[in-house]
Design a protein around this ligand. Structure first.
Ligand SMILES: [Zn+2]
Ligand SMILES: [Zn+2]
Length: 307
């Protein structure tokens, strides 16, 4: 966990140069306090709340502290970002709340962590939609069973063979032609191309689903142990890296929320999680996406309006 350290020499955050070596050590003029929302230096002190100095910007009329908290929130970006990362790697909301209390003495409860999760997951999905992956023309689809509200549901996934980029995930109680077609259309919309080949298991729904979505030009291959590409191995490795999904999703009350979190897992998997088989790059990096957002904290900072 990255702790925030203020360098006493340069007054920069996370300056990793030991103070005695820091070249800016002799700088005597302190940096002026800038408004963290608009950058103005027209700021005045505005009282102290719970031991934290408050400032008021006379330019944009907003209040702030020099703590790195998003607008209107009391928890610093790093802690919120860490909470989302923990969630998407399998920690429960209660575990996260307890972690914040113990590590930062920050008494938040699980409902607050839940609100962060929903809010910043929505934002991340919207932000990353703009980034189009460059993927191969061969995609692999599969379904995983999941128990949701005491019923059997399916998570449909489709990934790119070369970059392992997860093009689409779809949660549904059914496993028919309609769902197979929806999955293909979502993937095609995400990648902006129609694939030359789709590899699937023996499920009949794919036969018509793929043709309805892409026409006869896309070749459909039902994988066997002798298929040219080791699709079974690729899909099983993918499911291994994202297995927290199935544990987490059943806890939600509505399909809509479960679908939102499912897409949150997709963001985490594609953009934040490095893969050994991709030489420690993320699938997004393998798909030549250049994104300035390297972790959940970057999303929180962007959405929270911090300069
Ligand atoms: Zn320094
Ligand atoms: Zn301002």
């Amino acid at each position: 966990m990255a702790n925030i350290e203020w360098c006493t020499a340069t007054r920069k955050r996370n300056c990793h140069i030991p103070e005695v070596y820091c070249t800016e050590h002799h700088c005597t003029e302190p940096e002026p306090i800038r408004c963290k929302w608009c950058g103005s230096t027209e700021v005045i002190k505005h009282g102290i709340d719970k031991g934290v100095q408050q400032y008021f910007c006379t330019e944009c009329k907003r209040q702030f502290t020099t703590l790195d908290c998003p607008y209107g929130m009391h928890t610093p970006v790093e802690q919120i970002g860490a909470s989302l990362a923990m969630y998407y790697t399998g920690s429960s909301l209660s575990d996260i709340a307890q972690f914040l209390k113990q590590t930062y003495d920050n008494p938040v409860d699980r409902s607050t962590v839940y609100l962060w999760l929903i809010r910043f997951t929505k934002d991340a999905i919207a932000i990353f939609e703009e980034f189009k992956p460059k993927v191969s023309d061969t995609w692999i689809a599969d379904e995983t069973a999941i128990k949701f509200q005491d019923k059997l549901y399916w998570i449909w996934d489709i990934i790119d063979r070369d970059t392992r980029f997860l093009l689409a995930s779809y949660l549904s109680p059914n496993r028919g032609t309609r769902e197979a077609k929806i999955l293909m259309e979502l993937a095609s919309k995400r990648a902006d191309i129609v694939p030359a080949k789709v590899i699937t298991d023996k499920l009949r729904a794919y036969l018509d689903g793929i043709e309805l979505a892409f026409g006869a030009d896309t070749k459909h291959i039902q994988s066997t142990p002798f298929t040219e590409i080791d699709s079974t191995n690729i899909i099983e490795r993918f499911q291994g890296t994202i297995k927290e999904r199935t544990k987490v999703l059943w806890g939600f009350k509505t399909v809509e929320t479960a679908r939102l979190i499912l897409n949150g897992f997709t963001v985490h998997y594609n953009f934040f999680r490095p893969h050994l088989s991709l030489k420690n790059r993320t699938p997004a990096e393998a798909a030549q996406i250049k994104s300035p957002y390297k972790n959940w904290g970057d999303i929180v900072r962007k959405v929270g309006g911090i300069l």
